[in-house]
Design a protein around this ligand. Sequence first.
Ligand SMILES: Cc1ncc(COP(=O)(O)O)c(C=O)c1O
Length: 497
Amino acid sequence: MGLGRLGFSSLPPQEARPLAPDAPLLEAFVAATRRGRTPFSVPGHKHRARALDADLGLAADPDIPLYGGLDAMKLTGGNLAKAEALAARLWQADWCRFGVGGATQANQALLLAAGGHGDQIVMARSVHRSVFSGLVLAGLRPVWLPARTDPVSLLPLGPTPGQLAAALDAAPGAVAVWITEPSYLGTVADVGALAEVAHARGVPLLVDQAWGAHLGFHSGYPPHALAAGADAMVISAHKMLPAYSQAALVLAREGYLSPGRLETAFDATSTTSPAGAILASTDGARALLAARGPRLLQRLADLVADARRTLAEACPGLAAPGPGDFPPGRFDPAKLVLGLAGTGADGTVVELAAQAAGMPLEMADRDTIVATVTVADTPATVGRLTDVLGRAIAAGSGPARPALAGVSWTLAPEQATDPRTAFFAPWTTVPADRAPGHVGAELIAAYPPGVPILGPGELITADLVAALHRQAAEGSRIAYSADPSLRTFRVLASPPG
Ligand SMILES: Cc1ncc(COP(=O)(O)O)c(C=O)c1O
């Protein structure tokens, strides 16, 4: 099905059917909620915290655990395993696990499965910070691929097959390739071609597809990474699907990866007390995609296309890139990303207007706004969004600024030592103006998008310090730095040997 318009009529009767009968964990959640429970097992709220404090009860009492909640304490019903098998089937995987620690834990697990201490892994540098913590945990040594941005839209692009081939040829011992697809700003690399390059050299292609849980269920959208040929992918169900915060999945194919190793790595990073709402909503979101995915995704693409058009008409100078600006299958039709440089408006001010209207945005810095629109949105919610954004951009408009690619998408660090060594090494603190030339012992990211601008073990340069100061001055949240003011930096106490 292409992206022809279907309109917004109500769901046909077969699609209005409840999902729970086709979703074992969701069904168990509903049953446990309806049944009423008097547990003598954790969690300690016992669904009666409201008797201790009404507000506390509001937060704690709806919680139902997996163990002794969605299943028996000894998991004799096998509900989680059944739900994971259904997800594996839907995403054409051989192995699937549901996580409750976000794509963060899922990324860490996949990296722990990919290789061990001292192994090289070829990576696009636009990784989320969770990937760095995975590198530290596993002791993997990153080999960074060159950064690439689209010359027109300035959006980040993944590596080309040629770049990947060159990097793998220069690092013949590398154990895997890691890419982030789709990018935070909606672009998608040629994952199939990258998989061929990786496989030709005998290594798996692993994909952080945190922002692409909805991909692969409508021909107007890019395929998901496994369908394109990757060996494993992490998806964040809570980002683009109607699932609870922290819901994530790791899905993998056998061949280049061992299910036994994946299993051990996943268990090593998982809580032993997963929250049922997270698991049940993951299962329900999977059932929703299976039953109604194409129709909902059509509606979503239409909604976002309308929003782009409306905003571009209302705001002269606004960049609202869409799938038509990229080769087929190389941009997520659901991504609403706005470039403000041509309008003169400041995205952080527009964000405040949206926030005041009760509409927190996914991301805003001076030049870029990202509004997450999902299958749970409607013409009314998106109409309100475009109204508020359109008015705020018009009110803040002024002389156009030159459009620049975001610093998070143009990083080309020199990795002086591996992230794990830097993480554990003795460190000292130096003033910002003396930091260039030192090796960073900390991770600093503008969040969102959460791509470390400085990673542990990377050489600090004057440009990098200036870029961080500029991001902070322009209203980005600078996260994880030891000194939030960025007046000092934490660096290795002695140069790596
Ligand atoms: C590309 C990418 N991967 C992983 C994550 C981590 O996701 P979570 O917040 O679910 O842990 C994020 C978060 O924004 C992300 O953007």
